[in-house]
Design a protein around this ligand. Structure first.
Ligand code: AMP
Ligand code: MG
Length: 503
């Protein structure tokens, strides 16, 4: 392809290729599997697209300059531009939704434009979400509204900054296209990125149709392109299933450790690579309530905060069923049995870190449980409580924020005495412990009311708050003196915000 420098009037595609795609080689490994696994699609661009924001950290993974020509970037995110070598596809999958088997789902509004390889950052599928109908749209419009797109964008990048495995988000556009939900909204498109967007549901679909060859092809695909180290094992398929179990257990524990509630843990929303995927009515825990339900449509609380660990197990069991043609039944049973202890161990390790405890000692379980009981009975902010505790010192007086949060109750004073006694038993210095806790307990999380504020302004055409939030949340562990206000608990008007599945 001619470079823009040599050509005085380059086409958009030429400019794009020379500016942004020079370090990206389209490999399209999944597309090579064949059309049983997906459908070829064409994006349906939105009217009058406007760039809302780009994540510099995500751009870096692709060597894309976030300050490059906005019109070209918009054209890319709007699906107007399909560079050569790109092959837009939508994946075919099924899933258990709220425990109910749905034999066919698929990407109803998502299109993988290409899978590219960057020499430095590896494989990335570039996916548009909200780019129009696909053969799997099931009478829906294939669109995503600005509101939910902003939420997914901000949360993907915030989760990454928290160190939690997740799909990434390159950026998003808004538009003039009307999209009808409970009211008329505007259509938006997110460019999502992940090494692979494969879900448990991709495997379930072929297993349910007794197409065992296809199940094997999918497993071989994951082994070859994403988990090649497991090909050395005696039983690679078993190793792959164990790998998904281990990663999912770890992911569930990480969600719990930052108070993240996903809200729609259907098996079609579970990543085979152990990534957080499909941000919908998610929410971060604020006033601590272990049975918090973030999804307004989840009437039974199937996906309540304190159910997530068990649901991880349930979903992995469904995946195990789909894997049965590749495994011995006994092996599969043994593997899934290991989940609960893996999850408990991962959660305990993370809790120890959150409390600044080097290694578990007798009584730690009780100490931790009692802390959560106090948080619950006082309706205390989960994130701010851990952050304030991180400033606690054995030699100085109790930090003001800690006193304020716990209203200095007798119950809390007694707990703090036990905590002090426990801290005195460890070797590391108080200062080191504080530092470690501050690097573990975030100060800034994506609170619903912050997202709502940014959304309200964006709906008026002012995207600055989306940009600001993305910036603040990209350093969640830093003290950002000028951004203290973003660490505040929800104001009264916002404590009851509930988010539905409609997006
Ligand atoms: P979700 O709960 O967002 O993960 O979506 C569940 C299924 O519904 C997936 O197959 C989506 O692709 C599909 N879906 C959700 N919203 C839409 C929409 N507006 N148009 C087409 N398909 C959709
Ligand atoms: Mg989904």
């Amino acid at each position: 392809m001619t470079s823009a420098a040599e050509n005085p009037n380059p086409t958009t595609e030429q400019r794009f290729a020379s500016n942004w795609l020079s370090n990206l080689n389209p490999v399209n490994h999944f597309a090579k599997l064949g059309e049983e696994f997906y459908s070829e699609v064409n994006p349906l661009p939105l009217a009058k697209p406007r760039l809302v924001d780009l994540s510099p950290a995500a751009c870096q993974l692709l060597d894309i300059d976030p300050n490059a020509d906005e019109k070209d970037l918009c054209a890319m995110l709007n699906g107007e531009l399909i560079p050569s070598g790109f092959e837009p596809i939508s994946m075919l999958y099924a899933g258990h939704q709220f425990g109910v088997w749905v034999p066919q789902l698929g990407d109803g509004r998502a299109m993988i434009l290409a899978q590219v390889e960057n020499p430095r950052s590896g494989l990335w599928e570039l996916q548009l979400k909200g780019s129009g109908p696909t053969p799997y749209s099931r009478h829906a419009d294939g669109r995503a509204v600005l509101r939910s797109t902003i939420r997914e964008y901000l949360c993907s990048e915030a989760m990454h900054a928290l160190g939690i495995p997740t799909t990434r988000a390159l950026g998003l556009i808004d538009s003039d296209t009307a999209v009808y939900r409970e009211e008329v909204e505007t259509g938006a498109i997110l460019m999502r990125m992940a090494p692979s967007h494969l879900r448990f549901g991709n495997f379930e679909l072929f297993a349910s149709r007794e197409q065992q060859d296809q199940v094997k092809q999918l497993a071989d695909f994951v082994l070859q392109h994403h988990r090649s180290e497991l090909l050395e094992k005696d039983k690679p398929y078993l190793a792959l299933y164990q790998d998904v179990i281990r990663r999912t257990a770890s992911l569930m524990a990480q969600w719990q450790s930052v108070g993240f509630c996903h809200g729609v843990m259907n098996t079609d929303n579970m990543s085979i690579l152990g990534l957080t995927i499909d941000y919908g009515p998610f929410g971060f825990m604020e006033a601590y309530n272990p049975s918090h339900i973030c999804n307004h449509s989840d009437h039974s609380g199937r996906y309540a905060f304190n159910q997530q660990g068990d649901i991880g197990w349930w979903n992995l069991a469904a995946l195990g069923n789909a894997f049965l043609s590749l495994l011995e039944l006994d092996e599969a049973k043994l593997a899934i049995e290991s989940y609960k202890s893996l999850y408990q161990k991962a959660l305990l390790d993370l809790h120890l870190k959150k409390f600044g405890l080097e290694a578990a000692m007798e009584g730690d379980g009780e100490l931790i449980q009692d802390w959560f009981k106090i948080l619950e009975s006082g309706g205390i902010d989960f994130t701010n409580a851990f952050r304030a505790l991180s400033h606690f010192s054995l030699v100085e007086s109790t930090p003001e924020q800690l006193q304020d949060l716990f209203a200095d109750t007798q119950e809390f004073k007694l707990w703090l005495d036990r905590y002090s006694t426990r801290l005195e038993k460890q070797v590391i210095s108080d200062e080191t412990r504080q530092k470690q806790m501050l690097a573990t307990n975030p100060k800034y999380i994506l609170r619903n009311y912050l997202a709502e504020n940014a959304i309200a302004r964006a709906k008026q055409g002012d995207y600055s708050e989306v940009v600001k939030l993305r910036e603040v949340l990209s350093n969640p562990f830093d003290e950002q003196s000028e951004n203290e206000i973003y660490a505040e608990a929800a104001p009264a008007w916002a404590t009851g915000i509930s988010i539905s599945c409609s997006s």
